[in-house]
Design a protein around this ligand. Sequence first.
Ligand code: 0X9
Ligand code: ZN
Length: 416
Amino acid sequence: MGNGQIHAINSFSRHKVLHILPGSIEHLNNVLELKELLNLNIWRHPRMGNLSMDVHVEPHKLELVLTSLQQIGADVRVWIHDIQQLIDKEQKQTKKKDTGFNYFAYHRFSAIKKYLADVVTAANSMNNVSAQLTTIGYSFEFREIQMIKVSRNDGLSRPAIVIDGGIHAREWISPATVLYFIGQLVSGDEFDYSSKLLDKFDWYFIPLLNPDGYEYSHTTDRLWRKNRVNHGEKCIGVDINRNFGYMWNPVNNRSTNSCSDVYAGPFAFSEEESFALKMFILNNKDNITAYLTYHSYGQMWLYPWGYTSALPTDWQELDSAATVGTEALESLYGTPYLAGPTVQNFYSATGVSEDWAKGVANIKYSYTIELRDTGSFGFLLPQDEIEPNCRESWKALGEFALALAARERYKEIKDI
Ligand code: 0X9
Ligand code: ZN
């Protein structure tokens, strides 16, 4: 694969995702050793209290993996039989719409760029909303990293909520969700949140933080995760969500292998994408109440810390606000979401944006949100799930933000 061309059709044909359930920590360690040895790609990591994981296995490794798992004594189920079949299914399901932007399809970088420009034009013809587009940085391949600010146009400054998407290239549902949020806020929404949300907050969206990786996942390798930087090392790409400068790559947890999917980079903020977000946030940090970074998959609303099982002192406030979000989300279609601390519910990782936003930029309400699903399709979420995913996520965001606004008001009243 490579050279920016469309990858060979059926390049993931007969590739499987195995759902592995080790019976004990010892089994788990054996499975993780096997994963290192055979260079397998983990789609979903084990966590405290749930040792199961989803692992991508290429056809030529399958037999060896299955016999090794049998020897280890770990339970295994074939979760996805043929990754390529899901990729084909995902591509086919674009709903045709006659006019305007189709929120319920996955789009390329250029279409997203055009959409954002159109939003600005549309907002400028309204009399109570303003949308401003800025480029907060350029990727390694020189694509714009765009940020759109949506606010009332009365010249007042309000507490800000910052939302990003697309840190990980293959998680296509993430930018799709953030684009939907922008549309709802600017043009109005079915739940009547937009007007209230604009009265309470200034909104900053970076829908596609990793444009190079995203394009590569469209043209060449659907399962690409990192950016496309070339640091002159063996392999291309850094995991932007390991590159933030808080607890960056501590010695006991080093990911110095450039070929790893979670390579942390040569130094903290070595990457244009993480650096751009850092500069924007630091320049505005006193106004920012919440930072939400959208990923997939797992259906979770997670708060710090991501690097340790310790909790921040104000974790209960973060927990109750997250729960407002997940309960609102579930009320629409009953999609189960878990609200909780990252390490207890997921796995620990260092240099993640959620930790940096709280630990360094001091943003109180910092969350990683893992969108649909729980593994049936994983990163290859079919396009017919975009709409329900977006509607429920918007409901969650609306209720969450209104709950924060109510708290802020309570604080102001107390301060008087
Ligand atoms: O590993 C990540 O960067 C995030 N998950 S994903 O499957 N979208 O790649 C999670 C980041 C949250 N923090 C920690 N897990 N520590
Ligand atoms: Zn992710």
